[in-house]
Design a protein. Sequence first.
Length: 126
Amino acid sequence: MRISELAEQAGVSTRTLRYYEARGLLNAPRAANGYRVYDDADLELVRQIRTLQESGFGLEETRPFVECLRAGHPRGDSCPDSLDVYRRKLAEIDALMERLRAVRAEVSERLLRSATEPKCHLGGSP
């Protein structure tokens, strides 16, 4: 399939596909006329990248999943390097969640403290 067909089926732009190619995530052999030629395996690669990015993974974090698919595995997350990326992402998410819990507790404490203090009236006398 040509780049426009791949883009349509994967739900991305041709510019995105060219960017993936420039980053070494997508390899497209060229036909005699110079057009890029893609197959169903390429479609699966792009879908894997998009799914991961939609879940908050950076483009470079998708590389082990792409390499796993290229190695012939049926799923991009069935290789040890992919599992390591999942572990790191979970640790990152856990740290973010802990930080958010701490910020929430601080805001909650400030709200409670402010609710019991005398009220401020703007623009004049109380």
